[in-house]
Ligand binder design. Structure first.
Ligand SMILES: Cc1cc2nc3c(=O)[nH]c(=O)nc-3n(C[C@H](O)[C@H](O)[C@H](O)COP(=O)(O)OP(=O)(O)OC[C@H]3O[C@@H](n4cnc5c(N)ncnc54)[C@H](O)[C@@H]3O)c2cc1C
Length: 421
């Protein structure tokens, strides 16, 4: 970097989401004095997305409550936020970023926090369908909320967390809900069978018509470009008022790719979150980084990941190098159930269930690999989650019979661990 003192380097952040907003604030809070500019192609100042499919969709969280920090903070800390501006190019040799208004910005350090966009249904005839929705931004939710009238029928395509959270809010707002999952079970990419089974039951109990192994075979649109009916692969026809597709995220890598940075299902970074160019970092949903446990490269789509990566990059820019090695965690709210996940629930050869997925509103599922604990999904039990976090962090080999027995407190299992783990 060109400035002699890392506290004086000029930083440009592309993307004003969770990661972009956090990195700018973290730099200032750590005493950084150089210029900081956030380029955001949304109209809002940086805001947090998790409430979009929860309290905000429900109408219980105000727009202003979503902001990471109020606008005054950016002004008083001399952080320039260019909203409504898209970064269109990066000249890595000259270290300049081009914007869609023809201006450009010089940098010593560039942070790519470009996140991702919803994957669209692979049906070009649906482009512009007025009642088809995807969920990523505040504007997306405002549009969706407009159609949330009591008795309306929403078809949700995709049994991932976003689809399930929208189903839960829609039921609480009095809508009729059908949820289609193309795979044999919901949450199949992110959780083991007991967790899928648990949430399938909860949604059905709450009145969701949840169908697995089912897709839409045909969409019927009227003259106003509104989807009015769908024909399912099992032959059923359903009249619909709204359709929401929650079928995954495409990382926004194009800018990095055009600039010649290494990209492969995300922008590739090292443990310090540097890209293949040492002056350029990537963080949040768009970054693919080496897992601290040596299990390979991973890209995570979670708020804590985006926030912590931002803090790590701020330290690395300021000359206090440290690797990103935080334990992944995540949560999801559906009805009165809060699911909390610690570790990665995709890395296992055995699961242990504590509680009964077939009844009640709480459940704990532990994921083990070669006997060692890797992750846990804990529903409606914050105390157990706190203990599970400590256990998972230990990666200890634990007797599955102890984990499975609700009469054995997790804190007693922790107390019995050898001091070395
Ligand atoms: C509805 C919803 C619910 C969620 N719920 C949870 C939850 O319960 N728990 C959890 O842990 N996580 C949740 N997440 C995920 C979490 O919100 C994301 O992981 C987090 O927002 C990622 O932050 P980010 O800054 O990497 O990306 P984003 O928040 O996507 O921000 C990227 C920003 O960059 C902008 N951008 C992209 N390219 C350019 C460019 N060239 N020029 C200018 N700007 C650009 C984008 O428009 C966007 O504003 C949820 C996400 C959604 C959408």
């Amino acid at each position: 970097m060109t400035a002699a003192d890392p506290l004086d380097v000029s930083v440009v952040v592309i993307g004003g989401g969770q990661a972009g907003g956090e990195v700018a604030a973290s730099l200032r809070l750590a005493g950084h004095r150089g210029a900081i500019t956030i380029v955001s192609d949304e109209d809002s100042y940086p805001y947090t997305r998790p409430p979009l499919s929860k309290g905000y969709l429900l109408g219980q969280t105000e727009r202003s409550e979503l902001l990471l920090r109020d606008e005054q903070m950016y002004r008083s800390h001399a952080i320039e936020v260019r909203t409504g501006r898209h970064a269109t190019s990066i000249d890595r040799r000259a270290r300049r970023v081009g914007l869609d208004d023809g201006t450009d910005l010089g940098y010593d350090a560039l942070v790519l926090a470009t996140g991702g966009r919803p994957r669209h249904l692979p049906h070009p005839e649906l482009d512009g369908a007025v009642n088809l929705h995807y969920l990523r931004t505040l504007e997306d939710v405002d549009r969706l909320r407009d159609g949330f009238t009591v008795g309306a029928h929403i078809l949700i395509i995709g049994g991932g967390y976003i689809g399930l959270e929208v189903a839960s809010v829609a039921r609480r707002r009095g809508l009729e809900v059908t949820l289609l999952e193309a795979n044999p079970r919901i949450l199949s990419r992110v959780a083991a069978e007991p967790t899928s089974e648990f949430f399938t039951r909860i949604h059905r109990e709450e009145g969701v018509d949840l169908r697995v192994d089912t897709r839409v075979a045909e969409y019927v649109l009227d003259a106003t470009n509104r989807i009015v009916e769908v024909v399912l692969t099992d032959g059923h026809r359903l009249a619909v008022d709204l359709v929401l597709a929650g079928i995954g995220l495409i990382p926004n890598v194009e800018l990095a790719e055009t600039a010649g940075l290494a990209v492969e299902n995300g922008i590739l970074v090292d443990t310090g979150l540097r890209t293949s160019d040492p002056h350029v970092f990537a963080i949040g949903d768009v970054a693919r980084f080496p897992a601290a446990d040596g299990s390979g490269m991973r890209r995570l789509e979670s708020m804590p990941n985006a926030a912590e990566q931002a803090r790590v990059v701020a330290d690395n820019i300021l000359g206090n190098p440290r690797p990103y090695d935080a334990e992944p965690w995540f949560w999801s709210d559906q009805y009165d159930v809060k699911l909390q996940v610690t570790g990665l629930s995709t890395f296992f050869d055995e699961t242990v269930v504590r509680g009964d997925p077939a009844s009640g509103r709480s459940l704990s599922v532990f994921y083990l690999k070669a006997g060692a604990l890797q992750a846990a999904d804990i529903a409606s039990n914050p105390k157990e989650f706190a203990a599970a976090k400590r256990l998972v962090a230990s990666r200890a080999v634990i007797d599955p019979a102890l984990l499975a027995d609700p009469a054995v407190a997790l804190r007693d299992i922790i107390a019995a661990l050898p001091a070395s783990v």
